[in-house]
Write a protein that binds this ligand. Sequence first.
Ligand code: ADP
Ligand code: MG
Length: 567
Amino acid sequence: MVENAIDASATRIEIEIKNGGRQLIRVTDDGSGMEREDAVLAIERHTTSKISSAEDLRRVNTLGFRGEALATIAAVSHFELITKTKERDLGALVEVKGGLIQKVKDVGAPDGTTVKVQELFYNTPARLKYLKTIPTETTYIGEIVSRLALGYPGISFRLQHQEYELLFTPGKGDLYETIVAVFGAAVAKEMIPLSYQENDFKISGFIGKPSIAKNNRNNEIFFVNHRYFHSRTLSVAVEKAFHTLLPIARYPFVLLFLEINPETVDINVHPTKMEVRFSNDSELFKAFYHSIRKTLVDNSLISEWIAPEEDLLALKYQTPVVKSEKVQTAENLAINYRELQAGPEEVLAVGEGSLPDAEYQTAATVAPLPNETAILQDFYVFPKAVDNTYLIVQDKKGLLFVDQHAAHERILFERYMNRTKEFLGAQALLIPETVNLNYAQFKVVADRLPLFVELGFEIETFGGQTIIIRTVPLSLLNLNYQQIIVDLVDQFLEFETFKNPAEIKEAFITTMACRTAIKAGDNLNHLEMEALIKDLFKCENPYTCPHGRPTIFRISKEEMAKKFQRR
Ligand code: ADP
Ligand code: MG
């Protein structure tokens, strides 16, 4: 019904629901309206005014085109349509019950259309039974209206449930304002604008800093020619662009609009029109991947803390913020990889999508992220860390908080990745070390000796599932490297599905960085703290540890002033 209002060129759409829509759904628009005869016709099956030739089917640019909605709704409810065109003085009222017209008459009405649906599914008890609870149905409606509102920032939407206004968008054509209205200011503040143009298409919208990533894909939001849709290809492109910025099983928050010639899009592949097919899939994949990567590179990604605000819609419609974040340790990293592999539809396997293998490289080698030293100047590190864990730094914009373990992990990770020789250079052991493994572990090592050499381990196999370690990487010399090898091998058993050697190496290096980094609770002196901060700011991606947890966030001076009610 709301899509119909959009197709009728409405500038204002009001949706009122009662009891989650069971009792009432009323959609009022100020669009074109219908003539009396058309209003009667509109509720017939397969009647649409939106297709007049076979040609039209190839370049659909309305949301509806099948002529099914009104007929279907009117068949299972008490249905009322009031509509008036500008040209007429009087409007028409059509009343339908269970698909049978009860009344048609002239009425006084404003320009536009009001569709009122009451007692939904009153004559189909089986369907009625499948309706969810009132809050759940309200949430579904809220999500749909929110997506439509985001897709059409030029239209003002109002959603009312009983006496509560759940959503209001100003409809002035400003996407950012619409994002504020839908998701709240705290989320909007973490969004970075993106725009990208090619001959055949245009991408625009916003991408979220890692700080607002979600534990599901609900906020990978795509529109093609204003139409909301799902795309595995584009999801993979987005997730690859955020590679190393987010932990495993966290998903970017993006809101991206694709404008493209409708003839290259097939929106008729799926009954709910949620999936679309493009004729130039791989081009789009690359364009999304590179434009997002570039936007991430060109912007500071430090998360800005702002005081949470009471935001009814954010409270009602957003996936609740997960309170007890699973900490990404090497242990549960493996488990998360398994989860990532598991789910059939919900979860995409990394490595899918159409980016050619040759083009996939690890983040460190693709487009380096910005160097924060250029952005952050004149900083002062406070000599005392909170809980021997969180360093406090002042910069021009406010106070920065840095997790010393996550930060050091990031620093080591980049060093190991970029300057492999110096840090992973093999160091001969005076007395070679033997380690006994189980069969699976032994097999992994025996089959991949060159990979271990690359990581600084020269290993020989010996009978009876025993390996002899002859060299270890420089940086592990004083650590329990036998254990680290076993960890790496166990991880490999988990990661085996990841065929890409670059990804395997990266996973290994992540583990090594984690094991060799200073820990939370380690007491650092002031010089060490300063060195850590300087090294962090020199990183290509200082914002997250290699597992994707944040290393840093800022509370700006403005936020502090607000907290103290100075403004
Ligand atoms: P479709 O949208 O696929 O054409 P619907 O069953 O949703 O099919 O609507 C049937 C027809 O009724 C539309 O093609 C349109 O002409 C008319 N119509 C429905 N809702 C409105 C509205 N809000 N304003 C103007 N015309 C409408
Ligand atoms: Mg329709």
